[in-house]
Design a protein around this ligand. Structure first.
Ligand code: FE2
Ligand code: FE2
Length: 184
């Protein structure tokens, strides 16, 4: 990771921050710590690749045409991880979906998403809110994080990806059902 991100000290710092956060949350939620550690190290490995390098590795126009190029790195990082010997499907899922998760994701994927957002080097105030929430309720922290991201995109007049919207609605519904079941 340090070799791949040579020249990007802040990204190395971020990666180590994600690892620390993911292991901290992983212990609370009884997740697979090895999966979290490997996925944390590898999740942003291809972040600074040129568009052509992502396209070459992904080698699938169905994917590259469907996603904005800023969204290539989780996909190429997962393929890259596989090419260097990562075989655990949960590790690969966590890397590939670390930006906003996916419907019916593994616990480790959700932890990586949340950790990516709220690791200690993140300076925006919501990172602290999400971290505090995650310590007591991971699902709630995840939904809050997605909501904030969608609001932020709207402010910047950036259209979110349809998968991001669908994932948000899926987990929001799940979260509301959970709360209703508690108070019923
Ligand atoms: Fe990333
Ligand atoms: Fe990251």
């Amino acid at each position: 990771m340090e070799n791949a991100l040579k020249g990007y000290p802040d990204r190395i710092k971020h990666t180590l921050g994600v690892r620390d956060r993911a292991l901290e949350l992983g212990k609370i939620y009884d997740a697979d710590l090895e999966v979290l550690e490997v996925a944390s190290y590898l999740h942003d490995m291809t972040k600074y690749w040129k568009t052509e390098a992502h396209q070459k590795l992904i080698n699938n126009p169905m994917i590259t045409d469907h996603f904005h190029e800023q969204l290539y790195h989780p996909i190429s990082a997962a393929i890259y991880a596989k090419s260097i010997g990562v075989t655990n499907p949960v590790t690969l899922e966590a890397i590939q979906y670390h930006m906003w998760g996916k419907i019916e994701m593994a616990l480790e994927t959700m932890i990586l998403c949340v950790s990516d957002y709220c690791e200690k080097n993140r300076t925006f105030s919501d990172a602290k809110v999400v971290y505090q929430m995650a310590l007591i309720d991971l699902d709630k922290a995840y939904v809050h994080m997605l909501e904030s991201t969608l609001k932020h995109l709207k402010e910047k007049q950036i259209t979110p990806h349809q998968d991001q919207i669908d994932t948000y609605h899926y987990y929001l519904k799940k979260e509301n059902k959970r709360i209703n079941d508690i108070i019923k």
